[in-house]
Design a protein around this ligand. Sequence first.
Ligand SMILES: Cc1ncc(C[n+]2csc(CCOP(=O)(O)OP(=O)(O)O)c2C)c(N)n1
Ligand code: SF4
Length: 248
Amino acid sequence: MKTVFSKPQALNDAVMHYCPGCSHGVAHRLVAEALDHYGITERTVGVAPVGCAVLMYDYFNCDIQEAPHGRAPAIATGMKRSRPDLIIFTYQGDGDLASIGLSEIIHCANRGENITVIFINNTVYGMTGGQMAPTTLPGQKTTTSPYGRSLTANGYPMKMAEMLAPLEGTSYVGRMALDTPGNTLKARKMIFKAFDMQIKGMGFSFVELLSTCPTNWGMSPSQSIKRLQDELIPYFPLGVFKEKEVVD
Ligand SMILES: Cc1ncc(C[n+]2csc(CCOP(=O)(O)OP(=O)(O)O)c2C)c(N)n1
Ligand code: SF4
């Protein structure tokens, strides 16, 4: 019988701990498909965040290194500089990357470190109970903004892809949503491209994935997809913000 669909080889058979309807599992799969596609699992090291994906070492068949909160880009920098033959990616949430780790990610991108960053933007701190994140939308109620995010008190949501794209060190910057099959395939293409940039030595590549957190949004999985489409996508435009021309 011909196999038409299977689990990527870069993922093992462990049952994931993510909540029903959470995007982390889909994002893991897309990264694993990229590792399979380029045949790089054996020489890839992922850097895990502090956040719900802290346990990602349980799921990937490549090596995974844990990083303190927000410090994945610094750890990844050290690994890539000492072992440039390895493929290094970080996988970070919005609390991890855009709050405590904001300085790390900006300097890493600006230095043009030849690594790939997968950024999960679900507009909250998921693991710790749904606190306001830098990406929380105006008026969004969270456990630390019970009356809704106030622009006067809390400022504007961070648009990380738009912030990183103008930096000279970045080779590829894109944002996609994990809502429909069509957008998920576009996200897959972006993730493949980001790894391809690293393989070709083009410097820092970044893919932001608009994601769901049904548990902390207080919604069902299907309501969460609708919120992603109605509220997140209009605020965080989808697309490729930068793609450097590959030079041999
Ligand atoms: C130095 C430090 N500060 C705070 C924490 C607590 N903490 C653990 S996970 C987390 C938030 C993670 O949220 P996010 O990065 O958005 O990832 P998600 O869980 O939504 O995937 C925080 C604040 C910590 N572990 N270490
Ligand atoms: S708390 Fe949110 S981000 Fe964490 S596993 Fe559950 S749905 Fe996913």
